[in-house]
Design a protein around this ligand. Structure first.
Ligand code: GTR
Length: 333
């Protein structure tokens, strides 16, 4: 009979070996079902919620529910900056984020946030599905976030409690921005007084007069009911920053190559679904706010606005790698 100590040691060795293989992504996926927690800032019926629900459904189907994902919609797991930290720590497993809140953490995200960079949605999609996406995914991986696909977020415009037709009208107005240095400088250079706030605090801040306006796309302006308080929407279309569907590197590191492929493919399909839902919702949201009596101020000549953005490019896109990416994006057909 072997001595009693041999067996536990062998078991221990097997466990360590399995863990090592798992960390390398080489081992078979664990038999026990995994429960993944997902973060979404928007409501379930927003295009991004529809995209995320498609993602989790497809992953469940293709892994026979070995990987079970649940999205907590409507920022139930916290506001954006906290959610990014939780993703990095691995206490949130997947999420959809706008890229602007990464501006201070992942330098290339500044490029796609830059004002008046993209000519239209097709140009933004070509960049994010191509060179910009590749560069951003590499940057995000360095901070523990694995990008799987890219969502649309339309063009962002300024909305206010008083009419704004020119940058001069913005002078001294307190305008909410996302928590990003680039956004603070962008708004400052337009002449406004930038006020960084979490998305979830914008409505009450507009109501109480802490801010005089904010900026966002049609669906966010409508779904958050900001339009009930800020009744003027000026179509500045100053930024077309896209969004990412991402997984925490903590989880990703433990997935088998086959499961990684399943997740990547599901994320691509989810992005197609989100983009189709997005195009439709942009139209519907605009109709809804107009029907509710919002004054849309059409900005037809954006050159006076764009002219003020030179310092933002100088500060956030002059480093060689970023300047090259800006050039590459501008030269895209
Ligand atoms: C929305 C975006 C959110 C969030 C929000 C904001 O358009 O989808 O992820 O970034 O804007 O302004 O905070």
């Amino acid at each position: 009979m072997p001595p009693k100590t041999t067996r536990p040691r062998r078991v221990l060795f097997a466990a360590v070996a399995a863990a090592a293989l798992g960390m390398l992504g080489l081992g078979a996926a664990p038999a026990a079902a995994q429960e993944w927690r997902g973060w979404n800032i928007h409501a379930a019926d927003y295009p991004n919620g529809i995209g995320m629900d498609a993602f989790t459904r497809i992953v469940g189907e293709r892994t026979n529910n070995r990987i079970r994902m649940r999205t907590f919609h409507s920022a139930q797991l916290g506001q954006q900056d906290e959610a990014i930290q939780q993703m990095r720590l691995g206490t949130i497993d997947f999420a959809n984020f706008n890229l602007s809140p990464f501006n201070n953490l992942a330098p290339t995200t500044n490029v796609v946030t830059l004002p008046f960079l993209f000519r239209n949605v097709a140009h933004m999609q070509a960049a994010i599905d191509g060179p910009a996406g590749e560069a951003i995914a590499a940057d995000l991986e360095k901070i523990g976030i694995i990008a799987l696909s890219w969502y649309d977020a339309g063009a962002r415009s300024i909305y206010t409690t008083r009419p704004v037709r020119t940058p001069a009208d913005l002078r001294g107005m307190k305008i909410r921005v996302q928590t990003s240095d680039l956004w603070i400088d962008l708004m400052r250079n337009l002449g406004a007084n930038p006020t960084p706030l979490p998305f979830g605090e914008v409505f009450t801040s507009l109501q109480s007069g802490v801010i005089d306006g904010a900026e966002n796309n049609w669906p966010s302006y409508e779904s958050t009911r900001h339009f009930e308080v800020a009744r003027f929407y000026s179509t500045t279309e100053h930024s077309n920053v896209p969004e990412v569907l991402a997984v925490s590197a903590q989880r990703w590191g433990r997935l088998s190559p086959a499961d990684r492929t399943i997740l990547r493919e599901a994320a691509q399909e989810s992005a197609r679904i989100q983009r189709a839902a997005w195009a439709e919702r942009e139209r519907v949201s605009r109709e809804r706010v107009v029907a509710a009596g919002v004054t849309v101020i059409e900005i037809t000549d954006r050159s006076p606005w764009a002219a003020l953005m030179e310092p933002v490019y100088a500060k956030y896109a002059s480093e060689a790698r970023l300047a090259a990416l800006v050039r590459q994006i501008r030269e895209m057909p």
